[in-house]
Design a protein around this ligand. Structure first.
Ligand code: AMP
Ligand code: ZN
Ligand code: FE
Ligand code: FE
Length: 280
């Protein structure tokens, strides 16, 4: 039995609808999946229903944009209460800033005489948590760029003219928020920016796990983070980080997390929920 605990839908910058995501997960033989859209939990209810219709286990989640010592860190929150008022309030802030960031990116493009319209980006994104991939797709759709890579290379990559820094909360705040919402906090894809030196401080802040298995982790990288997880007594998670067709071929199915890790994750979530439940 296997799981994919890192998936995106069109509720952030993926292309799959919840139905398509569940169908793909079934096709690849998964027993359980988690949805981890950027700075939102909005797709969770629909994806849970789509999974239930296929006897697939669903774990609600999110991928929060955070920072630690000046580095961008993504914190995955699993088994969070998707109706938790504070979580929803914080997510609302993220989304407002993301939408303003789209306006700012388009304004910068317009200053360079790239006639992209803000509404074209919002219409294409059709979600409350838009990001650079939506701007890139809109540029391609409007015929202003040949492909997504060109859009990133010319305009959207860090330090390119239309790049606007992203709003982030501190890693400690993200971990605390996830715990308050009854969830388990996991550092996403540590091998992507090799930020090992920030791990101890995050563990100090209550980090529960690290994502050892990820599409972009090589086997030695996997082994490296499995060792760190073992050493620091952290949970082990993994997932494909599939965005549907938005970054070339869908990668769902390329990472298969053994189900035993899901059991440990759920056990931790139960502990966190019972610790925060009102005592009598
Ligand atoms: P944002 O959250 O708005 O900063 O956008 C980040 C997203 O853009 C991530 O999902 C990245 O994988 C994606 N991204 C970054 N660089 C590129 C690129 N060169 N081509 C396609 N997608 C990219
Ligand atoms: Zn993404
Ligand atoms: Fe990420
Ligand atoms: Fe992701």
């Amino acid at each position: 039995m296997f799981a994919d605990l890192h998936l995106h839908t069109c509720f952030s910058d993926g292309t799959y609808s919840p139905e398509e995501l569940a169908a793909q997960a079934l096709r690849h033989g998964f027993h359980a999946v988690a949805l981890t859209d950027h700075d939102t939990v909005e797709g969770c209810a629909e994806t849970a229903a789509a999974c239930a219709a296929r006897q697939l286990e669903f774990i609600s989640g999110t991928e929060l944009t955070a920072e630690q010592e000046g580095r961008e860190i993504h914190i995955l929150g699993y088994c969070v209460d998707i109706h938790h008022p504070k979580l929803l309030a914080e997510i609302g802030k993220f989304q407002a800033v993301r939408q303003n960031r789209i306006r700012e990116m388009v304004a910068r493009l317009n200053q360079m005489n790239v006639p992209l319209e803000t509404d074209a980006v919002f219409a294409l994104a059709n979600c409350r948590s838009p990001g650079r991939p939506h701007v890139a797709r809109a540029l391609v759709q409007a015929g202003l760029c040949g492909n997504l890579d060109e859009a990133f290379e010319r305009f959207l990559k860090r330090n390119r003219p239309a790049w606007v820094p992203k709003f982030k909360i501190s890693a400690a705040a993200a971990i605390e928020l996830i715990h308050e919402a009854g969830g388990v906090a996991v550092m996403a894809h540590p091998g992507l920016n090799r930020s090992d030196e920030v791990i101890p401080a995050m563990v100090e802040a209550g980090l529960d796990g690290i994502e050892c298995f990820h599409t972009k982790h090589s086997t030695p990288t996997e082994e490296h983070y499995l060792e760190i997880a073992d050493l620091l007594h952290l949970l082990v998670t993994g997932g494909s980080d599939c965005h549907g067709n938005s970054k070339g071929k869908p990668v769902i199915g390329t990472v298969k997390l053994p189900y035993q890790h899901v059991e440990k994750l759920k056990a931790r979530a139960a502990e966190i929920k019972s610790a925060s439940a009102p005592h009598h």
